[in-house]
Ligand binder design. Sequence first.
Ligand code: SF4
Ligand code: SF4
Length: 288
Amino acid sequence: MSKLHATATVSKILNFSCVDGPGNRLVIFLQGCNYQCKNCHNPHTIGLCDHCGDCAIHCPTGSLQLINGKIAWQANTCTHCDKCLAVCPQQSNPKTQTVSVTDMLSHIRQHSPFLTGITVSGGEATLQAGFIHALFNAIKQDPALCHLTCLIDSNGSLSETGWEKLLPVMDGAMIDLKAWQQETHRWITGRSNHRVMQSIALLKQHDKLEELRLLHIPGITDYEREIDELASYLRELPRRTTIRLNAFQHHGVTGEALEWDTCSNLQIEHFAHQLETKGVRVTYRMGI
Ligand code: SF4
Ligand code: SF4
């Protein structure tokens, strides 16, 4: 049965990106997340709008109005000052859009000659797994789009049943492992990492683990304290899996994480060197 009518709540679409998977990718950021990471770089993608209307009075250009109990955003007058994001009590965004698979496909078609693939990110992308399945399935069946690789960027919290449904239509997933020990992971994200470990094992088994990411926050994440165990775990990942070390920065962060030290070039290089001397191939970057 065709699911072209399926819709998603979309926070943002980036037409071209070279940091969200291999090659040049169109990235769809879906609204809503089931984690509450203290260090979230996009906290306004966490919550769902309840149309309280609080943001409307703070908009300097009058681009937000409460109409029939719903917040309405006018794109043509918005200056993207993001004052509305700062005042939202739900960690949400009045600029989200409800987009159908049909509309997303026509948007992708406009850019497809320049693209390597599509990445669905978030928020937590897999909270809207039905839409992702319908979109990827339609891309794979379209002769003009089937060359595009379809990746999911996820916190790894999806159940095994959820992944089993997506595996036939996706080319891979990029997973964030936010801490090694349960207590650290729970303290940073509000959730344990059991599901994340299960997701990594499942994706590995199906050769669909595109990338594993470790965000290094000096003095906060526990990777260096657990370096031997971490290295032996990473050595077992398939060759196709990129292991990416990201250096914590303050960009987009709010709250207590703004008090945390950022990760310098020297610190991320040191972390990479520790893993490399233990036989792990890594790639790393600053400025995340
Ligand atoms: S970003 Fe938000 S507050 Fe700023 S102009 Fe646009 S709608 Fe108004
Ligand atoms: S975006 Fe936030 S502040 Fe604006 S109407 Fe929705 S919940 Fe209220």
